[in-house]
Design a protein around this ligand. Structure first.
Ligand SMILES: [Zn+2]
Length: 272
């Protein structure tokens, strides 16, 4: 197997006592690379020191909408400088969260837009977090899609490096219509544990109708562990359960799904 976990928070304290075992299990299960996204500037520094000491790890740096209160006037310059580290392959995770709602919408939007500009100037793709207020209230993903469209159309010029690979909507929980809009803008769709849950018919429909060349697989560990380990700590070795489910939904072999999604990750993140 040739697998990639494109989103796992290995710097979180859930892994503090056994990170080496977690990484050994990942490698034993065919995982060649793991992307570790930060959630604020402090964790960005943490993640960079982690990826420096483990060959299979790569980093994304950025400020998550739920960490908006940590953003100040020095943050843009700091983020720019952190983003120049050779193992940084994306700006993330950034985005909007109207569920936790830890900062007013206009502040979240302002911080997101500033980081999108930094991604442009560094020619790096973005890893986007989006969480609606409720299943019915979908203003959050709508706002995000409008901001992303403006970002791409107003970039003058849009760097060649970001055409067709502007980023990924991580742990995609949108509906089919929203996935189509994201795909039209060139974004990848990140698939996580919920695709294995009983109630996730919408998620499975999105997987079925998304071109395989645009799917990414991610654990989002330590969170949202796939069936049959739901409720336990998640880790990169669990990507195989997501592969199994996508293979079942699309009628392809596990090997094909692994190779294809890893090729997609290589294409988006351009790691050597
Ligand atoms: Zn995450």
């Amino acid at each position: 197997m040739n697998l990639t976990d494109t989103h796992c928070h290995l710097n979180f304290k859930a892994y503090r006592d056994d990170l080496q075992d977690v990484l050994s299990r990942a490698e034993a299960n065919g995982i060649k690379r793991v992307l570790v996204p930060a959630i604020d500037l402090e964790t960005s520094r943490e993640v960079l020191s982690l990826v420096d000491s483990h060959e299979i790890l790569y980093a994304a740096v950025g400020v998550h909408p739920n960490s908006s209160q940590t953003w100040d006037s020095n943050s843009p310059a700091e983020l720019e400088s952190l983003a120049s580290h050779p193992k940084v392959v994306a700006i993330g995770e950034i985005g909007l969260d109207y569920y936790r709602d830890t900062a007013p919408k206009n502040i979240q939007i302002e911080i997101l837009k500033k980081q999108l500009q930094i991604a442009l100037s560094r020619k790096l793709p973005v890893i986007l977090h989006v969480r609606n207020k409720t299943e019915e209230d979908r203003i959050c993903i709508r706002d995000l899609l409008v901001i992303l469209e403006d970002w791409l159309t107003e970039a003058d010029p849009l760097p060649q490096e970001l055409k067709s690979r502007p980023g990924v909507i991580h742990s995609f929980s949108g509906n089919l219509e929203e996935s189509k809009q994201a795909l039209l803008l060139g974004f990848y769709i990140g698939i996580t544990g919920p695709v294995t849950f009983k109630k996730a018919d919408t998620n499975r429909e999105v997987v079925q109708k998304t071109p395989l060349s645009k799917l990414l697989i991610e654990t989002d560990g330590p969170f949202i562990t796939p069936h049959p380990f739901r409720g336990k700590r998640n880790e990169p070795a669990h990507v195989c359960y997501i592969v199994d489910k996508i293979s079942e939904i699309t009628g392809n072999t596990q090997e094909f799904i692994s190779d294809q999604t890893t090729a997609n990750a290589d294409c988006l993140f351009r790691w050597e």
